[in-house]
Ligand binder design. Structure first.
Ligand code: HAM
Length: 421
């Protein structure tokens, strides 16, 4: 019987992977421009890292984590990372990066795991490109992170990305808003879904994030968090908006956007696309000034985002077909002497950086030429026993169909000069 992949986990095959590489390369380029360094963190962490960082009453921690017992430590649990921020902050605190340089601009790429119901654009193993800035609490860095994303979307040709912006206040003003919202919700409690009723007292802001039509209807006139911001949060948010206006980045305010994770404060944002169906968020993030301390470090602020690579590639799929793949040169040989001559030549050319293919099984000239076509080779090196006797090989350009004879001693030079041109 065939063994299949797990539901919600998928392969990224050649043909598809080229779009991924294009996205990843564009991201690395933009991160370099904005002076971010790469960080690589483990895929598995202690479960408590996520429950403490993301919040016990979030969907992720309540029901979506892949958690299992740690065989090496009785009673301890491990979890496949559902996101990257918690791990990056843990690494920052654990390595005491703040002692040498408190301001760290870090980025990461890799798989994340959430046991959600799979659907278009929603996977159980999905991939994020994320960034975290630690050590800066000023609004200029919030704007910088948003500008980086805006530039990334322009560079990759994603024109449908639209920015929604909110502020969630701070530990001074949020508790007051929480009380106001709770009072509002208590009056409508019976009309809310069971899930919202259950966690409303502990985390009333989650109700604003509920996708149940009844809850959306009940909360449409809920008090706005933007009316409850303290002076310092209001000023911070106004500067972020001023900087976006100055740099011509369009945005909409969305005071209902509370995000699905509890670590956020102040600026929060989501970039959505209307070309993705119901899973429309392509990137999201915000400020998390309390997280470093929550994970045992000093009071150091943070801000960041993550983009979903699956969703980015869906948008690019509908725009362009992937770049053709295949070797630059394909070697066609006829006769075993020709093959034995060609094999070490191909090896030397590869060592010099030329992409060139050669095969080992005897096949007809015609079938080898068809293979060269299929592989998208730009040129074919043809050598048969006849040519060998005459001390020559043939080089055929696949686009122009022109064919020339080259002396065997000149083959490497001629092919390498094609690579350079
Ligand atoms: P998030 O909103 O949970 O935030 O995820 C960020 C992005 O990851 C989403 O906008 C979406 O593009 C993608 N994504 C999330 N879940 C899935 C899924 N099941 N399938 C496919 N794509 C998905 C975070 O993860 C935060 N750590 C972002 C952040 C960084 N905030 C501050 N720093």
């Amino acid at each position: 019987m065939k063994v299949t992949a797990i539901k919600g986990f998928s392969d990224i095959l050649p043909g598809e992977v080229e779009i991924w590489q294009r996205v990843e390369n564009a991201a690395r380029k933009i991160f370099a421009t904005y002076n971010f360094a790469e960080i690589r963190i483990p895929i598995v962490e202690k479960t408590e890292l996520f429950s403490r960082s993301l919040g016990e009453t979030t969907d992720i921690v309540e029901k979506e984590m892949y958690t299992f017992a740690d065989q090496d430590a009785k009673g301890s649990l491990l979890t496949l990372r559902p996101e990257g921020t918690a791990g990056v902050v843990r690494a920052y605190v654990e390595s005491e990066l703040f002692k040498t340089e408190p301001v760290q601009k870090l980025y990461y790429l890799g798989p994340m795991f959430r046991r959600e119901r799979p659907q278009k654009g929603r996977m159980r193993q999905f991939h994020q490109i994320g960034a975290e800035v630690l050590g800066r609490g000023d609004p200029f860095i919030d704007a910088e992170v948003l500008l980086l994303l805006n530039d990334f979307f322009s560079a990759t040709g994603i024109e449908s990305a639209a920015l929604q912006l909110n502020s969630l206040g701070c530990s001074d003003c949020r508790p007051k808003y929480r009380q106001l919202l709770l009072a509002f919700l208590r009056e409508r409690e019976q009309a809310l879904c069971a899930n919202c009723r259950r966690r409303m007292e502990r985390n009333p802001l989650r109700v604003l994030d509920c996708k149940e039509p009844g809850c959306i209807e009940q909360t449409k006139n809920a008090p706005s968090i933007l009316d409850s911001l303290c002076d310092s949060c209001r000023q911070h948010f106004e500067i972020v908006q001023r900087l976006l206006r100055q740099t011509a980045v369009r945005y909409d305010l969305n005071p209902r956007m509370v995000r699905g994770l509890d670590y956020y404060c102040r600026t929060t944002f989501e970039w959505t696309s209307n070309q993705l169906g119901s899973q429309s968020a392509i990137a999201a993030g915000g400020r998390y000034d309390g997280l470093v301390q929550e994970l045992g470090g000093p009071a150091i602020p943070g801000v960041g985002f993550a983009m979903g690579i699956e969703r980015l590639t869906m948008l690019l799929h509908s725009k362009r077909s992937p770049a053709p793949v295949g070797p630059v040169v394909y070697t066609v040989w006829v006769g075993e002497n020709a093959r034995d001559w060609a094999f070490p030549v191909v090896h030397r050319l590869r060592q010099k950086g030329l992409s060139i293919e050669i095969e080992g099984e005897v096949r007809s000239l015609k079938s080898q030429m068809r293979r060269a076509d299929k592989l998208n080779a730009s040129a074919v090196l043809i050598v048969g026993d006849n040519e060998l006797d005459r001390g020559v090989a043939l080089l055929r350009d696949m686009a122009s169909r022109e064919q020339s004879e080259i002396r065997l001693n000149d083959v490497e030079g001629a092919l390498l000069s094609r690579k350079a041109s």
